[in-house]
Structures are given as structure tokens and as C-alpha cells.
Design a protein around this ligand. Structure first.
Ligand SMILES: [Zn+2]
Length: 157
């Protein structure tokens, strides 16, 4: 059974990793963190790359999450405008809000598609899509021709 790496389980692991990456001598890092020099050496060769890859993944996921949040907030705004336009019977504004919301959905789908390629499963698109579809149907209720045209355009996309 492999021994647990004393650096990996060290409470100052991140600081040690940073010191190793900065190229500080094993001996001085080992002394500072009361660890063995050989553990330091082994850790740098065998474990540090794994930590780095994981950290990079986490950063990318965080970045993607941030983008998702922004698109979702745009989408919420478009839907609010759509609601207001619906309430006041303003078809022109409603249509432009729908276009806006559709653009957001496309962006969202693209983002999620990329995330899925990375192996992250996400089911956001479906509920968002269904909710906007039903809003479109409601908003355009008094305008059957426009409704048909919009729905056709949406399913064609
Ligand atoms: Zn280690």
C-alpha cells in the first residue's frame, strides 16, 4: 500500500506547491514546513502536476460558471421585458424581447455544449427553453399569424 504523501496531506500544501513552483531549494522549503526533503522531491515530481491540472480545471469551471451566470441574468432581464410587453400588449417590444431571449438561449446552449464536451452534465437548456416557448405562445395569443411565424422560425433555428 502506498504511503500517504506528507506534502499532499500537509496543511500548508498550497504554499509548499507555490514555493516548489517558484524553484526554491527543496531543503529550505522542507525546513520551513518541517517536512522531509525526499518527500518534497517526490511530491514535486509525482503530485504537483496533478494538483496543477486540478487547479486549472477548477478555474475553467469557475470561469464558465461566471459566464453562465451572466447569460442567465441577461435572460432574466429579457423575460422581464417580455412580461411587461405582454401586460401592455406591446407586440413590437415583445418580439424584440423574444429575439433577445433567443440569442441568450443560443449562447447558453453553446456554453453548455462546451461544458458537456468537457464532461460536465447540465440540464439548464431544456427548462429555460420550455419556459420561453410557453411565454411566446401566451404573448402572441392575439396574433396567430405572428405566433406561427415566430414558432416556425424558432424551431428552424
Ligand atoms: Zn504529494
Amino acid at each position: 500500500m502506498p504511503r500517504v504523501c506528507s506534502i499532499c496531506s500537509h496543511e500548508a500544501r498550497e504554499e509548499i506547491n507555490a514555493a516548489l513552483l517558484a524553484g526554491q531549494p527543496y531543503r529550505s522549503i522542507a525546513k520551513r514546513y518541517e517536512a522531509s526533503e525526499s518527500a518534497m522531491y517526490r511530491h514535486k515530481l509525482e503530485h504537483l502536476p496533478v494538483h496543477l491540472i486540478k487547479a486549472q480545471d477548477a478555474a475553467e469551471v469557475a470561469q464558465a460558471d461566471n459566464l453562465l451566470e451572466q447569460v442567465k441574468s441577461l435572460q432574466a432581464r429579457a423575460l422581464t421585458i417580455l412580461d411587461k410587453a405582454e401586460a401592455s400588449g406591446d407586440l413590437r417590444t415583445a418580439l424584440s424581447a423574444i429575439r433577445e431571449a433567443r440569442g441568450n438561449l443560443e449562447l447558453l446552449a453553446k456554453l453548455l455544449g462546451e461544458l458537456q464536451q468537457e464532461g460536465t452534465v447540465n440540464v439548464l437548456v431544456a427548462p429555460e427553453w420550455l419556459s420561453i416557448r410557453s411565454t411566446i405562445v401566451t404573448v402572441l395569443e392575439p396574433y396567430p399569424q405572428a405566433r406561427t411565424a415566430v414558432l416556425e422560425a424558432l424551431s428552424a433555428g
